[in-house]
Design a protein around this ligand. Structure first.
Ligand SMILES: [Zn+2]
Length: 330
C-alpha cells in the first residue's frame, strides 16, 4: 500500500521526506487535491513514516504500528470526519483532550481531518487555538479539495501540499494490483485522472459494451463495408441519450489516437493494448494526414456534443469520412 502512495504522489512524498529529514515538519499540513488523488492514503503513509519500526524506502506496512495505522486502530493516529456534513467543535476538543493525556502510546501523534473545510466556525477556532500552542510531537493533516475554504489563519500556520492527478502508470499499476481487468484498466486510466473515477468506470457495467462497440467499429473499418451501416448495427441498443454519444466518442478519440501512435510506430503508448493488430491494419490503410483529419473531426464533434445537435447525423458524417482509405500502401 505504501509503495503505491509513493508512485501516485511522488512530489508530495518527496516534500514530506525533506521536511522530516530536516526536522522542519509543520504542526499542521494541508493536503489539497481532488477526490481520488490519494490524500487519505498519503496521510496514513505520513503517520506510518513517523511511527514505523522498520522505516526503509517507505514504511514497512507490516510492523505492529503500520498494521494498526492501515486498519485505523492505532491510538496515536486519530481520524476526524464530518457527521451530517459538518465537523463540530466537540470533535476537535475530544482530540486535544486525548492527545494531551498520556493514555496514548509514546512517540508522535497524528490526527487526520477528512474534509477539513467542513469544520464549522467553532471547530475551526478550536483547531486554531490548538495550533497556536504547538505540541512538539503532535501533527495534524487536513484534507481538503480547496484550501481557500479553510481559515486563512489556519493556512498560514500550515505547510500546504498540492496533490496533482495521479500519473497514468501509477493509476494503471494500482488498479491492476487491485485485480481490475488488465485490458480495461489502461482505457479507464486514459479517461480519468483519479483512482475513484477510474474505479467508478471499471465497475460500471455499461463500460465494457461501449468499448466492445468501438473495437467492433474499428474492426469493421478494416473490412470493405459501409461504416454508416456498421455504426447503425453496432450501436443499435447502446445510444439512448446525449451522454451515450459522448461516452462512445471519448473512447473513439482514444482509439483514433492509438491508430496514430501505431502509424508512428509507438506501440508502447497504446491504450487499447489488446487491439494492436487491428490498429496496425488501419494504420497501413490510411495516411497520417487522413488519420489526423479524422481525429480533428472527432474533437470538433466532441465540443459540439455539449450543445444540442443531431447526434445521429453528425456521427454518420464522421463514418463517411472514416470509410476513406488509401488506394495503395501508404
Ligand atoms: Zn512498519
Amino acid at each position: 500500500m505504501f509503495e503505491s502512495v509513493k508512485a501516485a504522489q511522488p512530489n508530495v512524498v518527496k516534500m514530506l521526506e525533506n521536511s522530516i529529514a530536516r526536522d522542519r515538519l509543520a504542526h499542521a499540513i494541508i493536503f489539497e487535491g481532488d477526490k481520488g488523488t490519494g490524500k487519505k492514503q498519503t496521510a496514513l503513509f505520513f503517520a506510518a513514516r513517523l511511527l514505523c519500526e522498520n522505516p526503509g524506502e517507505a514504511p514497512c506496512g507490516s510492523c505492529t504500528h503500520c498494521r494498526r495505522i492501515i486498519n485505523e486502530t492505532h491510538p496515536n493516529v486519530r481520524h476526524i470526519s464530518p457527521a451530517k456534513q459538518q465537523i463540530l467543535k466537540d470533535s476537535i476538543k475530544a482530540l486535544q483532550y486525548d492527545f494531551e493525556r498520556t493514555a496514548v502510546e509514546n512517540g508522535p501523534k497524528v490526527y487526520i481531518i477528512d474534509q477539513a473545510d467542513t469544520m464549522n466556525h467553532y471547530a475551526a477556532n478550536a483547531l486554531l487555538k490548538f495550533l497556536e500552542e504547538p505540541h512538539p510531537d503532535i501533527f495534524g493533516v487536513l484534507l481538503t479539495t480547496n484550501k481557500q475554504n479553510l481559515l486563512s489563519t489556519i493556512r498560514s500556520r500550515s505547510q500546504i501540499l498540492r496533490f496533482t492527478s495521479v500519473p497514468k502508470n501509477a493509476l494503471i499499476n494500482t488498479l491492476e494490483q487491485e485485480g481490475y481487468d488488465i485490458e480495461l484498466t489502461p482505457i479507464a486510466a486514459a479517461l480519468t485522472n483519479t483512482f475513484d473515477a477510474a474505479k467508478t468506470l471499471l465497475e460500471d457495467e455499461q463500460f465494457k459494451p461501449f468499448i466492445d462497440a468501438v473495437c467492433d467499429l474499428y474492426n469493421d473499418a478494416t473490412q470493405n463495408q459501409s461504416l454508416v451501416l456498421s455504426f447503425a448495427k453496432i450501436t443499435e441498443d447502446l445510444l439512448q441519450k446525449n451522454d451515450d454519444y459522448v461516452r462512445l466518442l471519448d473512447l473513439m478519440i482514444h482509439y483514433q489516437k492509438d491508430v496514430i501512435y501505431g502509424k508512428m510506430g509507438h506501440y508502447e503508448k497504446l491504450v487499447f493494448r489488446a487491439h494492436s493488430e487491428t490498429i496496425a491494419k488501419i494504420a497501413a490503410m490510411k495516411s497520417l494526414a487522413m488519420l489526423k483529419e479524422e481525429l480533428d473531426m472527432m474533437l470538433t464533434l466532441r465540443t459540439r456534443l455539449s450543445r444540442y445537435i443531431n447526434e445521429r447525423l453528425a456521427f454518420d458524417n464522421l463514418m463517411v469520412t472514416m470509410e476513406r482509405r488509401l488506394d495503395h500502401e501508404a
